[in-house]
Design a binder for this molecule. Structure first.
Ligand code: NAD
Length: 321
C-alpha cells in the first residue's frame, strides 16, 4: 500500500493536473462510466464534529475509493485545520487497499479545479474582469485557478466580512492583477465571471446585480440550507452542475427548485458539455451558472493522480499491508 502524506501534496500536484483529473472524471460521469455513491454525513456527538464519507467508482479510470473526514470546530485552537480529510483508494479488481492520501489540500485544489472547468467551458472567451464573492480559506485557491482560464485584467471582490478582503488583494497581487474591493452592485456591473465561495445561508448576489453574458461559478453551497445567490438568477440562467442529484438537494439550485422556478430537468451536467453530449454557452448574452456541489469522484480523481506522480518521483511511502 502507498501512503502520500498531506505534507507532500503541495509539491506534487499542479493546478493543471487537478484540472485535467477533474475535467476527465466529470466527462466520465456524464458518459455513465463513473458514479458517486450516497454521501454519509453525521454529527457524531463528540467534539462538535461533523463526520462523513464521499465515495464512488470511476470505471473508465479504474479509480475506486472514498474520502473520509469532516469538520472539527475545535481544531483551530490546537493548531490544526478545522476541515480534515483523508482519501483511501482501493484496487477495483481485488478490493485491496491501494493508497492512503492526505486530502486537505487536495479538497481545496479539486474544488478550485471544478469552477475552473466551468469557466473554461462556459464563460465568454472575452471575459476580462473576475468577480470574487468570499474571502475565506478556499477563495485564494479559487482565484488562482480561475485566472488561468481567461485573459483576466482585473479582479473585483466583495466579502460579508470586509476585514478578510486582504486575502483576495494579496492573491491578486501574487498573480500580477489589480484588485478592487467593491459593492455587490459594482461587482455585478464589472465582472464577466463571478465565483462565489462563502458559507452564507442567505442570498448575497441579487438578480439585479447580474449582467447578461455573465458566468457564475457558485461553489460555497454544499449543504441543505446554505445559499449564495438569488434563486431568480437560476431561473434566468442556464444552469450546469457537477451532479444533478446533489445540485437539487444540497447545491445552490435547491432553493430555485423548492420555489418551483426550475426543475432537475433544467440542469445540465457539466460533464455532458465536456464530453460533447450537450451544448455549453450558446450566446454572448446568455447567463451561465455552474452549481459546484463537490462530489467524491473529484477527490478520488486528484488523489489517484497524486499517487501516480508520487510513485513516479519516488516520494510515495510503500508499506506491506
Ligand atoms: P471559511 O470559513 O474560510 O470562509 C467562509 C467565507 O464565508 C468567508 O468569505 C466569510 O466571510 C463568508 N461568510 C461567513 N458567514 C457568512 C454569512 N453569514 N453571510 C455571507 N458570507 C459569510 O470557509 P472556506 O473554507 O473558504 O469555505 C467556503 C465555503 O465553501 C463553505 O461553505 C464550504 O463548505 C464550501 N466548500 C465547498 C466545496 C465544494 O466542493 N463545493 C468544497 C470545499 C468547501
Amino acid at each position: 500500500m502507498i501512503i502520500v502524506p498531506e505534507k507532500e501534496i503541495a509539491g506534487l500536484i499542479s493546478a493543471e493536473e487537478c484540472f485535467e483529473a477533474v475535467e476527465a472524471v466529470f466527462a466520465a460521469m456524464a458518459r455513465g462510466e463513473a458514479w458517486n455513491f450516497p454521501v454519509v454525513r453525521e454529527a457524531i456527538g463528540h467534539a462538535d464534529a461533523l463526520y462523513g464519507f464521499k465515495s464512488g467508482f470511476d470505471r473508465a479510470g479504474l479509480v475506486l475509493g472514498l474520502k473520509s473526514g469532516g469538520y472539527w470546530p475545535g481544531n483551530m485552537a490546537r493548531g490544526l485545520t478545522n476541515h480534515q480529510s483523508t482519501v483511501v483508494l482501493f484496487d477495483p479488481d481485488t478490493g485491496q487497499a491501494r493508497a492512503l492520501v492526505g486530502g486537505n489540500l487536495l479538497t481545496a485544489l479539486r474544488t478550485a479545479a471544478a469552477s475552473a472547468v466551468s469557466i473554461r467551458h462556459l464563460a465568454r472567451k472575452d471575459a476580462r474582469v473576475l468577480g470574487m464573492v468570499g474571502a475565506g480559506h478556499q477563495s485564494a485557491f479559487q482565484l488562482r485557478a480561475a485566472v488561468r482560464e481567461r485573459e483576466f485584467e482585473k479582479v473585483v471582490g466583495w466579502n460579508y466580512h470586509p476585514e478578510m478582503l486582504p486575502r483576495l488583494a494579496e492573491t491578486a497581487e501574487e498573480l500580477g492583477l489589480p484588485f478592487e474591493a467593491v459593492s455587490l452592485e459594482e461587482l455585478g456591473a464589472q465582472a464577466d465571471v463571478i465565483v462565489t465561495i462563502t458559507s452564507s445561508f442567505e442570498a448575497q448576489l441579487k438578480e439585479a446585480h447580474i449582467r447578461p453574458g455573465t458566468h457564475l461559478a457558485c461553489m460555497g453551497t454544499d449543504t441543505k440550507g446554505k445559499q449564495e445567490v438569488d434563486p431568480a438568477i437560476l431561473a434566468r440562467a442556464r444552469v450546469f452542475t457537477d451532479e444533478v442529484a446533489q445540485s437539487v438537494s444540497i447545491g445552490e439550485a435547491q432553493h430555485a427548485v423548492a420555489a418551483g422556478l426550475i426543475g432537475a430537468g433544467d440542469i445540465t451536467q457539466i460533464g455532458a458539455v465536456i464530453a460533447g453530449l450537450a451544448p455549453g454557452r450558446q450566446s454572448a448574452d446568455e447567463i451561465t451558472l455552474f452549481d459546484g456541489t463537490g462530489v467524491g469522484l473529484q477527490d478520488l480523481a486528484v488523489a489517484a493522480r497524486a499517487v501516480e506522480i508520487a510513485r513516479a518521483r519516488g516520494v510515495a511511502v510503500e508499506i506491506d499491508f
